[in-house]
Design a protein around this ligand. Structure first.
Ligand SMILES: *Cc1c(COP(=O)(O)O)cnc(C)c1O
Length: 359
């Protein structure tokens, strides 16, 4: 029996997507060849790629100023590709520091220009999204991590600034309808809410490119991939195919409105359990709680192992918190069924009642 997979990534995808992907590994419908052996320049793959580039714009409501790319190297490579392509040596970029992922992005950006940390939730142990800060004028861009996968914090509104926003949306892209018109670039490693590990979605507004002086190696220059529609070299054919299947699924389910409705219902169920029983504490500040990754502690850590065994017995997989935070984390991406969340919350409720007042 398949487990209820609460992994933060690589993560769950819809069952129908797994089935179609498995079929395509044997034979891509109508091709007489596996998706693993077709040319990235074949008609079949050209159509797949075209759809994989069209659907993100359609779902996110982006116009033709934006280009969709499928790159490799993970979201982590975007930490340096963004400043290498966009931040001039004499220019300054702002970063909002919401924890581990922003810290890594900041480190790379400093290699290319100046960086101003506009706000940080470090003093709060990254358990919240910074508020009440002033964004300096004339930043080349302001970088945010829209959802911090590790601490379970999420921006519920975008920072106010005249500068273009750049967003690492690895763990909440396609999870809710949102206005991206102030974004100049967004990126997301596929393996959280989009597809398998192996490709990174980059969406860039064309006017962001071509404005820095430094030489950029061909493969690291966004313009190469814009010009060649992500096929300058062999792109990750299979991850792109599976991402396309998942995007189709999202659209068929009712698009981002429907994803948001489901994600809110699922998250509400887990947070209600956290708030109802005195043995649990949520990690993230209530106003900044993520709809994707719900993080919590057992107040009495000596019960951790017992709680984990109950989860395992209920066929729940990968519920432990990130090693830097500890506790527990329920990642509930788009494909996570409500029924799986009910199984988890059932364990939480029973455990919470059993140990009430004892922790
Ligand atoms: C997982 C994650 C990353 C790193 O992604 P890779 O594809 O492994 O490089 C970056 N940012 C966020 C917000 C993530 O959740």
């Amino acid at each position: 029996m398949k487990k209820h997979n609460f992994s933060s990534g690589p993560a769950i995808l819809p069952e129908s997507v797994f089935a179609e992907a498995a079929q395509a590994v044997k034979e891509l419908p109508g091709e007489g060849l596996s998706i693993l052996e077709i040319s990235h320049r074949s008609k079949a793959f050209t159509e797949i790629l075209e759809e994989a580039c069209r659907l993100p714009k359609e779902l996110l409501g982006l116009d033709d100023q934006y280009e969709v790319l499928y790159l490799t190297g993970g979201a982590s490579s975007q930490f340096y590709m963004v400043p290498m392509n966009i931040l001039g040596a004499e220019e300054c970029a702002g970063y909002i520091d919401t924890g581990a992922w922003s810290v890594k992005a900041i480190k790379e950006a400093k290699l290319f220009g100046s960086v101003e940390i506009v706000a940080s939730s470090k003093v709060d142990g990254f358990t919240c999204i910074p508020k009440d800060y002033k964004v300096p004028e004339d930043l080349k861009y302001l970088h945010i991590t829209s959802n911090n996968t590790i601490y379970g914090t999420q921006f519920h509104e975008w920072p106010g600034t005249e500068s273009p926003l750049v967003g690492d949306m690895s763990s909440d892209i396609f999870s809710r309808p949102t206005d991206l018109s102030r974004f100049g670039l967004i990126y997301a490693g596929a393996q959280k809410n989009l597809g398998p590990a192996g490709t990174t979605l980059v969406i860039v507004r064309k006017d962001m490119l071509g404005k820095v002086e430094r030489p950029i190696p061909t493969m690291l220059d966004y313009r190469t991939h814009v010009k060649k529609n992500s096929t300058f070299n062999t792109p990750p054919v299979f991850p792109i195919y599976v991402a396309m299947l998942n995007l189709r699924w999202i659209k068929a389910q009712g698009g981002l409105e429907e994803m948001a409705r489901r994600n809110q219902r699922k998250a509400a169920l887990v947070y209600e359990a956290i708030d109802t029983f005195d043995i649990y504490s949520g990690v993230a500040a209530i106003a900044d709680r993520s709809l994707m990754n719900a993080t919590f502690f057992l107040n009495d850590h000596s019960l951790d192992q017992e709680f984990l065994s109950r989860c395992t017995a209920a066929n729940i997989s990968t519920i432990k918190g990130h090693r830097s935070v500890g506790g527990f984390r329920a990642s509930m991406y788009n494909a996570m069924p409500y029924e799986s969340v009910e199984v988890l919350v059932d364990v939480m409720d029973k455990f919470g009642r059993e140990y009430a007042g004892k922790a």
